[in-house]
Design a protein around this ligand. Sequence first.
Ligand code: ADP
Ligand code: MG
Length: 338
Amino acid sequence: MGKINVLDEQLANQIAAGEVVERPSSVVKELVENAVDAGSTTIDIAIEEGGLSLVRVTDNGSGIEPDDIEKAFFRHATSKLASSKDLFRIASLGFRGEALPSIAAVAKVELISSPEATGLGKRLVIEGGSVKKLEDANAPQGTDIAVRDLFFNTPARLKYMKSIQTEIGHIADYANRLALAHPGIAFTLKHNGNTLLRTTGTGDILQAFAAIYGTTTAKSMLIVEGEHPDYDLRGYISRPELTRANRNGITIVVNGRYIKSYIINQAILQAYHTLLPINRFPMVVLDLKMHPSLLDVNVHPSKMEVRFSKEPELRQFIEETLGKALGRERHIPGPEPA
Ligand code: ADP
Ligand code: MG
C-alpha cells in the first residue's frame, strides 16, 4: 500500500490560502481586482476592524451568471483564461482562479451577484470552504461580496495579525495604488464608517493623485509622456524639491496592474541622477503600457512581481523619458552588460 494521499479540495484550498491570503489587505486586493476585471465603473470598499471582521467590496460590473456562482469558488476556476496560449497575453488582473476559493477557505463569505439589471441574481453563503446557502436574490447589476471573520478557522494566522492601524494602513495603501492605476473608476474606501478615500473616476490620473496626496502636491507635479515602439508611458513625477524619506511615493502601473519593480525604480532614480539629495526619493506615478507578451505576470500568486522580456531597453526608455520631463537632456549611456 502506498503512502501518498491526494488532498481533498477543502484542504488544498486552505493550503493555497496561506499564499494568496496573507492578511486583510490581500483580501481587498483580490476582491478589488475582480471588480476591476468585471469592468466596473464604481467600486466601494467597506472595512471594519482593519478588515479582520469585515471586508466588503461592492461593484457595478458584469456580475456573475447564476449558473457560475458556485463554480467561481472552485479551485482554478476562472473566466479569464481558456487555454495555455492565453497565458502569454494576459489582459486581466486575475487569471489563476485561486482567490475566491482561498478566501472562502479561511473566512465566512457572502456573495450576491447579478449579471443583469433585471435584478435576478443569486446569493451564496460559504464558510470555511463549505457552502451554507445558495438562493435566488434580488440585486442590482454587479457584485457585492462580504468577507467576515477572516482566519476564524486558522488561529495561527490570526495571531500573527498586527494592530488594526497597521492592517488598515496596508489596505489604504493598496486602495490608493489601485485608484491611481484605474483613474476611470470611482473608488471609495471606508473604515468603520469613516471615508479614507474617494475618487471621482474621471479618468484623469492627476485628479486621482490629488484625491490621495492633496491638490497642492498634485499641482506641483511634472507631466511625463513618452513613446517607444514597444512601450507607451504617461504619468507624473515630482520636481526634485519635493522628496520623501522613502520610496512609498512611487507607484508603478503596468498594463493596469500596480507592481513593484526594482529595475523601474532604478531607472527613475537614475533619471533624477544628482538632482535628489542623498536618501531622498521622488513622488512618481507611472502608467506603462506594453504588449502583454513582453511581460510575465505569472511569477508569484500575488502578481506584484513581474518579469520584463526586454529589461535594458525598458530601463533606458524610462530613464530618458523622465530625464526629459526633468529638463535633463544629457547623454545617457547604453545599458550595462548583464
Ligand atoms: P480569477 O480572478 O483569477 O479568475 P477568482 O477566484 O478571483 O479568480 O474569481 C473566479 C471567477 O469569479 C472570475 O474568473 C470571475 O469570472 C468571477 N468573479 C469573481 N469576482 C467577480 C466580480 N466582482 N464580478 C464579476 N465576476 C467575478
Ligand atoms: Mg481574481
